[in-house]
Design a binder for this molecule. Sequence first.
Ligand code: FAD
Ligand code: 2HG
Ligand code: ZN
Length: 475
Amino acid sequence: MPNHQETIAALSAIVGPAACLSEPHETESYTTDYRKLYRGAAIAVVLPASTEQVSQVVSWCHDHGIKIVPQGGNTSLMGGAVPDSAGDAIILNLRRMSRVLEVDTLNDTMTLQAGVTLSNARTAADQAERLFPLRIGSEGSCQIGGNIATNAGGTAVLRYGNMRDLVLGVEAVLPDGRIYTSLRGLRKDNTGYDLKQLFIGSEGTLGIITAAVLKLMPKPQATSAAFVSVNSPAAAVELLSLAKQMAGPMVTAFELVSADAMNLVCEYLGNATPPLQGQPSWMVLVEFTSTGSQEALDASLMQVLELGIERAWVNDAAVASSLSDVQAFWRIREEISDAQTRTGGSIKCDVSVPLSSIANFIDQACQTVKSMAPDCRMVIYGHMGDGNVHFNPLRPAHQSAKEFMAAHYQSVSHAVDGLVHKLNGSISAEHGIGVAKRDDLKQYKSSIELGLMWQIKQALDPLNLLNPGKMLPSL
Ligand code: FAD
Ligand code: 2HG
Ligand code: ZN
């Protein structure tokens, strides 16, 4: 086994000394996760500039038994992109591989290196008069490779699906350095196992994603949005069902926001004015988009809201009257996550259940959590249209994050996950497993599922060098 200096020298020779960082002040932001809950250590942070360099680095590490933590924008909320404190791994960060390689408007695809940020990918599509529809709050930092490795979701999944639905091809460096590629941009290809699917959602445990072909969509010409006060989560589900029946694919987003989530984010944004008066207990941000006229789209949204009022599901609505109103609504929604990060002491439960059970889940989970931690703030929000809510009980203002988490983290997350499991749901709808949820998988996945996951891991990475200790619980 080479010592650290030998490893740094060998990898510097491949990527260049300026792209192999090993001083603590240079590596700290890469070894610490976004929420600063996980602080690890690394031999070096390696920044390759091409697939060939990735292949050479991985091959050298394979031959010398060096562990690798693949990293994109380091925005994982599950501690998935940072090493542990042993200091015996390198971080392979893709940020220098940031080129959009091709935009093919006839095939409605774009091909990019994995280190392109999501916002740059969206801009490239926009410049070609197309839409790349993945939309998440971390878009300025997260990278396409990270989005694929986590199968990211976000606020437009209701209409366009999650990352898995948007990927047509993947190029990945395998744990022994070989390069797998399916960068063909085909919508139909039944020539055996669809191997690219293995890398989507694999959280860096099976290969380093170096490039991808992504689907492009027609660019919407009209957007209508409203913040709507609803009677209850059950009323929100009824409204969603009505909207889908009446407006079909124009329904692009349907995001639930609880009163505590709204109060928190408005305070975080410097006492922003909430969009609805009277402190409603439950709100939804509804967005319709279309390639047709603005007038027709506005009329569709109004029709749905009027019927919702008639049926007593909707109490009130603030309808956006301009694009800047729409943007202001989205800012409120997108900043809820960072508002919690700044406050600290948030028990994150990123859960999904069938839509038909979501109201029941929220009611039961609220009662259970309130009986365990009566003063906590019920920050509940997210992608109700996908059956996915961020059920994130937050520390009360008078209690420190440390005290709150020590008293309640284990018991509350187990109670919520247990309820989700009973309702046929998932304990991680879109953020993945990382280290935060790794050991919980034992309880919620069958031994057959876990056994198959390990068989796949061992087939591709028998030395367990890629992102060890992440996602897969020990058997
Ligand atoms: P990283 O955090 O760097 O890595 C994530 C995982 O992918 C790690 O396991 C890492 O090893 C692996 N990985 C990264 N790059 C590669 C690669 N090239 N090859 C192989 N493996 C790789 N997520 C959602 O799904 N929906 C949301 O709405 C959402 N909103 C967010 C809002 C905020 C403010 C923040 C901070 C995060 C949010 N996230 C959301 C979580 C996060 O942004 C996503 O998981 C994102 O896809 C991660 O991308 P990244 O490039 O930052 O990956
Ligand atoms: C969102 O939908 C993200 O805003 C982040 O998925 C959720 O911070 C969270 O819990
Ligand atoms: Zn989310």
